[in-house]
Design a protein around this ligand. Structure first.
Ligand SMILES: Nc1ncnc2c1ncn2[C@@H]1O[C@H](COP(=O)(O)OP(=O)(O)OP(=O)(O)O)[C@@H](O)[C@H]1O
Ligand SMILES: [Mg+2]
Length: 261
């Protein structure tokens, strides 16, 4: 690294540090929690995304989960994006190998925890890419680097879109059909099974559902893809019973796959 590059890097890291300080003040997250997410290598990764002008400012946290955190960020052109950061240090990633091993796209993976998390981030990016051409609403992927995924922000200026599970639906049957349609299109047109499809992973934005959280999504050739598909279908059918919508999961599975349950 030249001295000029080093200077630039330090400048960006200082800028990031200031942004984190501001986030910490603004939303009352203590700095220790933030530092757990933004460990040194993650800071460098974000620094690289800033110097490559993918993002400009990390804005505020949208969600803190078990394996990762999602922040809103602003691009140099002022457009908003969502930045999902998988935690390397404190993540458990217990069942992760089930979704990665068996996926031909990741067969030659050296399996340290860091490698797996980086591969997982890339897999989420690739899965989002697959959804762009098939008319299934999902955030547009913007970039990925190491454990950081940048994608389209789904939400309003002042708040992110709510999860489907937190919304009371006026037209539940339409939503139900749309979601099963998404599962079917993913299967038939993208050869993809979400594998964690539920109302916890659907955002509702301007009355339209957007599918998120595709890290665990697998291709049809994955040995467990049928099992995951059956679970996805069951999740949705079970949830919509509260709206008095009843459907037979086996029938839907057969209709999508032309196979018996
Ligand atoms: N593109 C996006 N635009 C707006 N909000 C988003 C976006 N992606 C994710 N979110 C928000 O961040 C939350 C967590 O994202 P996601 O479901 O992808 O991660 P996760 O690994 O499931 O995290 P958790 O452990 O919290 O379940 C979502 O519930 C949603 O509220
Ligand atoms: Mg989720």
């Amino acid at each position: 690294m030249s001295s000029e590059e080093r200077f630039l890097n330090e400048k960006i890291l200082r800028k990031l540090d200031k942004q984190l300080e501001e986030i910490s003040d603004r939303v009352g997250v203590d700095r220790k929690t933030l530092d757990e997410v933004f460990d040194k290598s993650t800071l460098h990764t974000l620094g690289k995304l800033i110097s490559d002008r993918v993002i400009d400012i990390v804005d505020f946290p949208i969600s803190t989960g078990k394996e990762g955190n999602v922040f809103r960020a602003v691009k140099p052109d002022k457009k908003l994006v969502a930045v999902k950061i998988y935690r390397v240090s404190t993540s458990t990633f217990k069942h992760v190998s089930k979704y990665i091993i068996g996926d031909p796209r990741f067969s030659s993976l050296r399996r340290t925890k860091r490698d797996i998390i980086y591969a997982w981030t890339k897999k989420e990016y690739k899965n989002l890419e697959r959804l762009q051409n098939i008319n299934v609403n999902a955030p547009k992927p913007v970039a990925y680097l190491n454990n950081v995924l940048v994608m389209q922000y789904i939400g309003y200026k002042n708040k992110p879109a709510p999860l489907l599970k937190d919304v009371s639906l006026d037209h539940p049957k339409e939503m139900f059909d749309t979601l099963l349609g998404f599962i079917s299109k993913m299967y038939k047109e993208a050869e993809l099974v979400h594998a964690d499809f539920s109302v916890f992973n659907v955002l509702l934005f301007r009355n339209k559902p957007y599918i998120i959280d595709l890290g665990q999504g697998v291709l049809l050739e994955h040995p467990l893809s049928d099992e995951f598909l059956r679970r996805d279908i069951s999740n949705i059918i079970r949830y919509f019973k509260k709206y008095n919508i009843y459907e037979d999961e086996k029938r839907i599975y057969n209709r999508i796959t032309n196979k018996q349950w």
